[in-house]
Design a protein around this ligand. Sequence first.
Ligand code: SN0
Length: 311
Amino acid sequence: MTAFTDLEDIKDLRSLLESAKTLKTNPYAFRHTGANKTLIMLFFNSSLRTRLSTQKAARNLGMDVMVVNLNQDGWKLEFEDGTVMNADKAEHVKEAAAVMSQYADLIAIRAFADLESRADDYAELLLNSFATHASVPVINMESATAHPLQALADAMTIEEHKTLQKPKVVLTWAPHPRALPQAVPNSFVKMMKLMEVDLTITHPEGYALSGEITNGVRLEYDQKKALEGADFVYAKNWSSYETYGQVLNTDKEWMVTLDKIGTASFMHCLPVRRNVVVEDAVLDSKQSLVIEQANNRTWAAQAVLKTLLEA
Ligand code: SN0
């Protein structure tokens, strides 16, 4: 593995998941792997779990970590080629990425979707520009269309908690007051397609994800029907892909309740809006795996960093 910009970069998912599991039981076994190596973490957006779990993962491997909150601390960056930079952008990504590569062995980037132009978001200009102009491996900490570190932790969580060889997993859309990206559901669906699970997606009409990603996956518009017999219910809001970035539906009936999920385990990437996306009774029950998912973010990130360092 020479980069971790999306799930396609994973050469061997089985061994990456095995490595995460091993690191969870023995976090410091490879504390020399990252000695004298530096991870630069660049944030263009807010972060709690990704920020902390990735730092922890790097430190467990003995790495040094430098965190940059680019919107506050950095120069405003230009990403387009050939522009006359006489407005507000002081530095081009060509220099920024090349310069950071002088100080870092790995560069991790968080850059959410703008949700203005689907073509622009799905072109992943920011992440790809860094990947192109950096001379060290780039790690995706949630880009415009993907959150592979989250998906890896989710896969690990399902593996740990499944009681059937092929559990029924349901990804359900849930209401939210704001327009949110498709990154988390995109990566979750892609990851589930690589796992031995029976996957169903349920969402209101108008909320189909990219057909390229959901192709071959069962879709059920009736949420109750979709949730029948589920072993894992993964809730997430996303704004429309078709009517790009719009909130088309705020129907409270789509909120996840204990009554709806039966005995299934509940999953969400967090942060979650209580009693909008999912009711308290679910999050406060033993069926909720959200804290375990957050815990597994460390081991997933550590497995990725370790694999990149060893490449
Ligand atoms: C982000 C998202 O992609 O949906 C990050 C998830 C890991 N979530 C949010 O931005 C939620 C913000 C809110 O207002 O609830």
